[in-house]
Design a protein around this ligand. Sequence first.
Ligand SMILES: Nc1ncnc2c1ncn2[C@@H]1O[C@H](COP(=O)(O)OP(=O)(O)OP(=O)(O)O)[C@@H](O)[C@H]1O
Length: 343
Amino acid sequence: MYSLAIESLQYSYDGHAVIDNLDLQVKENEIVCLLGASGCGKTTTLKAIAGLIRPQQGIIKIGQKQVNGENIFLAPQHRNVGMMFQDYALFPHLTVAQNVAFGLGKLSRAEKQSRVSEMLELVHLGAYAARFPHELSGGQQQRVAIARALAYRPSLLLLDEPFSNIDAQVRFQLISDIRSIIKDQKVSAIFVSHSKDEAFAFSDRLAIMHKGQIAQLGCPTELFHQPKNQVVAEFLGQGIYLDATHAGNGAFSTQFGQVNSLTQQNDAEDKGKIFVRPSHIELYNTDHGAIQVNQERFVGTEYLYAIELQGQQLEIAKPADKPLDLSKPISLKIKPHAVNFFS
Ligand SMILES: Nc1ncnc2c1ncn2[C@@H]1O[C@H](COP(=O)(O)OP(=O)(O)OP(=O)(O)O)[C@@H](O)[C@H]1O
């Protein structure tokens, strides 16, 4: 069963489509990250799920309940979603405990107290109940925000760039803490980010968004190694395109020699481009190489060599015990890998 199912969603601002026929499904207890460049429609999608805006078209189901569709539009408070938006700061004049209790209107006083204590224990802030937000660090404030979002036991959490104001040094610890809290509580979550590092660390599956649509949905390794199109390939990491021709048996001819693919290839298209990441490239010393290394960096476990290929700067690694001899000529080859061929 899905905790969220979206079908053919459409939303336009002043006639300009921002969400364009978008489909998305989130499984139970799953964290999905909507990842994409600025302006691709991530926040608008979250707002439509939350009920903060009304889409012109499309179906949204949260659990079994249809919350959006033709003649159906449930108000945000009836959708059973918890929200943690970047600009949904804590209320500065309320204590931590009062902030967490804020959405618990229907419960009795005793029930509220017990739920607030439970939530503050969950985020390891039991001793901070009487403090005000300005007396907490940024990371502690985010943990209060997650406690507040989880307090009324939503079935789906919506998180919009929740870590963007957090110091880089503590961000990945906080991401790991909040991920464990969400997993413990067995809720599903949609997390919006434009940082692939955050997305890789926080989510089970990634949905790469482009121009109001989901370009690809899958687990991080699948998207990284088998991008369906150029948008996904480029968004997830550095790399270059090389002209390539099918040479049969899953191999390709390129200007750097033959490249063998470790995955089955469809030979229908003869000519195209392959997308090559730095980790697919090997530098080695030969008698007749013409590769120019612009910089060498030692980073402990390996050496990184900066080269320029087709106008793009790439850093290629070599193990620390097998460095290049920069006084001798250098060549380049492309290692066998799951080749991404685009016709
Ligand atoms: N209230 C509005 N009126 C008109 N256009 C809007 C409005 N809100 C957003 N847009 C436009 O809709 C598009 C998508 O906006 P959205 O905020 O969903 O993008 P995003 O992917 O979340 O971007 P970011 O990563 O920068 O937050 C943008 O081009 C934006 O300018």
